[in-house]
Design a protein around this ligand. Structure first.
Ligand SMILES: [Zn+2]
Length: 131
């Protein structure tokens, strides 16, 4: 079983834009990770805005999908934030991860304070990228 899995992952390393899905979690050393099956963690990495989303505690434990490629069998690099490569699956829907300031009506794609009023933005999972 373990041999089969590692063969599948090394094959996947050659495919661009691969999608993997699991439970967003933390590794034992507190790095972003995806639990793709029981006791099998894949470390996640990406650009700064992407890692900001992975570090958002509000998303930990969700049914999470990322698109990118394997750097090694247990390290997955997510495509850059502007390619919209992270999703949460909830109630049978594939939701985009966005952040919303309800004071200024400004939408962003990584957690943090609003560029306008400095309010900490709300997590807003959406079915589409429409405003
Ligand atoms: Zn604001």
């Amino acid at each position: 079983m373990a041999g089969l899995l590692s063969r599948a992952l090394s094959w996947a390393a050659n495919v661009p834009g691969l999608s993997i899905r699991g439970r967003l979690a933390r590794s034992p050393d507190q790095k972003p990770a995806l639990e793709v099956s029981p006791n099998k963690l894949v470390y996640l990495d990406g650009d700064q805005a992407t890692v900001g989303v992975l570090n958002d505690k509000r998303l930990w434990g969700t049914d999470f999908e990322v698109i990118g490629h394997f750097n090694s069998p247990d390290h997955f690099e997510i495509d850059r934030i502007h390619t919209r490569s992270m999703f949460v699956h909830k109630d049978g829907k594939r939701l985009m991860i966005t952040y919303w300031c309800d004071v200024c009506y400004i939408r962003t794609y990584t957690p943090g304070t609003c560029v306008c009023c400095q309010k900490y933005t709300d997590l807003d999972l959406r079915e589409s990228d429409e405003p």
